[in-house]
Design a binder for this molecule. Structure first.
Ligand SMILES: [Zn+2]
Length: 350
């Protein structure tokens, strides 16, 4: 009996985070992204620049309320998008009280039901000090790797020593057309955004495919979804976005990818890592270190159950609550349970 690498035994995990929610040029996030994802049963991370939400007041807070009712996660993208560190071309403009603490409070106050537990840095710029501030102020993770800044592009593959503040690798999307415009600038102004092959016009699909090929977790950073001119930085067209989410949904239905919000995926990894080994004896499943699971991260994981005699069905009983397992093959089932809630009794044939 083992714990599946990802929920529902998917081969890989995938997250979309739209940065710059509440910025004017990102209105396409509530105009298109929210509905397109919701219609396909997919959940997004949505990174709010809180000052801009505040300035627009109730109409914008209502959009954020809709996001939460659709199961999306609102993540914090600072108060006014000042740079967390001095980048040379962008001076440091940062206050932990305003950008980290007050932002979380403002969102949670104005959007009932929102729990702000994930942080994305403006300009994807951070250092150990900034990461520590996030960690100490009620967040459960950050979109950041171990190195810093542009060097943390990529996919998380090895989760044995996963740290939710330094193991969330990512890649920022840019359309081929927009990248081509940047490539045509004078040499000193050129820069490359995505690590994926921008000779091809399918960077967003390459991103999902890499997750599936590696079995890892990839976080795709998007901005607005729109077809308007002038483009917002890093926008994706409505047609491409629909096509992307259709693609993800198809891969998810085929068991190849699990798309979810950043905090949901972090919780899965943390619970899997912290619950210890699964001991199966006399139809009882016991997690050797269930007691030491950090409650902030405790969530459901997927158990892979192999039986003998191919019973028609099985279910698990935990604290007198019964949950049916799903058959995935001969003698093979999957079952979603929460290790922090204690041992599970397997009911074979029931
Ligand atoms: Zn941003």
């Amino acid at each position: 009996m083992v714990i599946a690498p990802w929920k529902n035994n998917a081969k890989a995990a995938y997250t979309i985070i739209h940065d710059d929610v509440c910025e004017k040029e990102c209105d396409g996030i509530f105009e298109y992204a929210d509905t397109i994802a919701f219609n396909r049963g997919l959940k997004l991370g949505l990174g709010a620049i809180v000052k801009f939400c505040e300035e627009q007041g109730d109409p914008m807070w209502n959009h954020l309320k809709t996001f939460v009712s659709h199961g999306h996660e609102i993540v914090c993208h600072s108060y006014d998008h000042g740079s967390p560190i001095d980048l040379g071309w962008e001076p440091e403009s940062w206050s932990v009280d305003t950008d980290v603490v007050m932002t979380k409070q403002l969102i949670e106050k104005n959007v009932p039901g929102a729990r702000v537990t994930y942080f994305i840095f403006p300009f994807d710029a951070y250092n150990d000090r900034r990461l520590n501030e996030i960690k100490q102020n009620g967040y459960l993770g950050a979109r950041a790797g171990k190195v810093m800044y542009e060097n943390d592009r990529g996919i998380g593959i090895d989760f044995t020593s996963f740290d939710p503040f330094t193991s969330c690798y990512f890649d920022a999307y840019m359309s081929k057309a927009e990248q081509d415009e940047i490539d045509a600038l004078p040499e000193q102004e050129r820069y490359t955004v995505s690590i994926y092959n921008d000779d091809r016009d399918d960077i967003e699909i390459q991103h999902v495919d890499s997750a599936i090929q590696t079995g890892g977790w990839s976080i795709q950073e998007l901005h607005s979804v729109d077809d308007s001119q002038p483009w917002g930085w890093g926008h994706i067209s409505v047609k491409k976005y629909r096509n992307l989410l259709d693609y993800v949904r198809k891969k998810q239905d085929a068991g190849l990818v699990w798309m979810d919000t950043p905090t949901s995926i972090i919780k899965y990894i943390m619970t899997k890592n912290q619950c210890g080994t699964t001991v199966f004896k006399d139809n009882l499943v016991h997690f050797s270190s269930a007691d030491s699971i950090d409650k902030n991260y405790a969530t459901e994981i997927t158990l892979l159950v192999t039986t003998s005699g191919n019973p028609p069905k099985i279910s698990g009983i935990q604290n007198s609550t019964r949950s049916a397992a799903t058959r995935i093959g001969t003698n093979r089932f999957i079952m979603n349970i929460e290790p922090a809630k204690g041992d599970v009794t397997l009911a074979i044939g029931e």
